[in-house]
Design a binder for this molecule. Structure first.
Ligand SMILES: Nc1ncnc2c1ncn2[C@@H]1O[C@H](COP(=O)(O)OP(=O)(O)OP(=O)(O)O)[C@@H](O)[C@H]1O
Ligand SMILES: [Mg+2]
Length: 247
């Protein structure tokens, strides 16, 4: 049996650098010829898609809203047949590009218990991963998506660590939830020294503080367009290599 492709979830506390890391790592993987990639922006507030300077027409949230509207007032049998349209709606939400596809979760109203938001994301991941060489998920801040097992297909959780005590605590909590799958990535720190990494968490490397990255973000320019010699981009390329070697 062949092993499943890497399904990588980039997690960590709010504002720690998940989206920037996801954007740079995915760019590096494409540059290394790894394709097709499935890139999932699982932040309801929007992350990876905008960091890449992209726009997507259809989000999972939009698909779900149409389904929920259709289910309103429907009987059980009709609801069941609507649920079977979910696959189609998920596929419709996938934006295909050259070498990669993008799936944006969008903001979902939790109203109505008919297909809860994170369940839908999980189903979508299950449905879609097949043909992709690597799947990379820019997760929302916090632990909700891990706790709800959105990440059940995930083979590696990249816990982003900015050197703060709270970031260290989050890495510890992530490890509790996904034992054996967690690697740490430094964001705006130089070394793993003094980071208080829990046992069993592998150090992938760090993306340094980078004023050019910060300026690109501020100016809403795609982080994919950072120059090839940009230090953050180069660091992400080494991290991508390590991730691919880990499988
Ligand atoms: N290596 C870096 N150097 C300089 N600025 C950075 C770096 N990484 C991230 N930033 C900046 O820090 C801010 C937060 O980064 P980012 O959006 O990647 O974090 P996040 O963890 O995805 O946040 P959220 O929890 O809101 O999704 C952004 O303004 C980004 O430009
Ligand atoms: Mg983000």
């Amino acid at each position: 049996m062949t092993s499943p492709q890497p399904v990588i979830a980039v997690c960590g506390k709010g504002g720690v650098g998940k989206t920037a890391a996801s954007a740079l790592i995915s760019r590096a993987m494409l540059d290394a010829g790894v394709r097709p990639l499935l890139l999932i922006d699982a932040d309801p507030a929007g992350g990876l898609v905008s960091a890449m300077g992209e726009r997507v027409e259809n989000t999972l949230a939009g698909a779900r809203a149409r389904l929920v509207a259709a289910a309103r007032g429907a009987g059980d049998a009709e609801k069941e047949s609507l649920a079977s349209q979910l696959d189609y709606l998920v596929l419709e939400s996938l934006a295909e590009r050259d070498g990669y596809s993008l799936l944006a979760m969008g903001r979902m109203e939790e109203k109505g218990c008919f297909c809860p938001a994170n369940t839908l994301l999980r189903e979508a991941i299950d449905l879609l991963v097949g043909p992709f060489a690597v799947v990379l998920i820019d997760a929302e801040a916090g632990l909700e998506q891990i706790a709800r097992q959105v990440t059940r297909r995930v083979t590696r959780v990249v816990a982003v660590h900015d050197g703060s005590a709270r970031s260290a605590d989050t890495v510890g909590l992530i490890l509790d939830m996904a034992p054996g799958l967690v690697s740490a990535l430094g964001s705006r720190v130089d070394t793993p020294m003094g980071l208080d990494l829990p046992e069993g968490v592998e150090w992938l490397g760090a993306i340094p503080e980078d004023p050019e990255l910060s300026r690109f973000d501020r100016e809403r320019r795609s982080l994919w367009d950072l120059p090839a010699e940009n230090p953050a981009r180069l660091a992400a390329a080494r991290i991508a290599e390590r991730l691919l070697a880990l499988g």
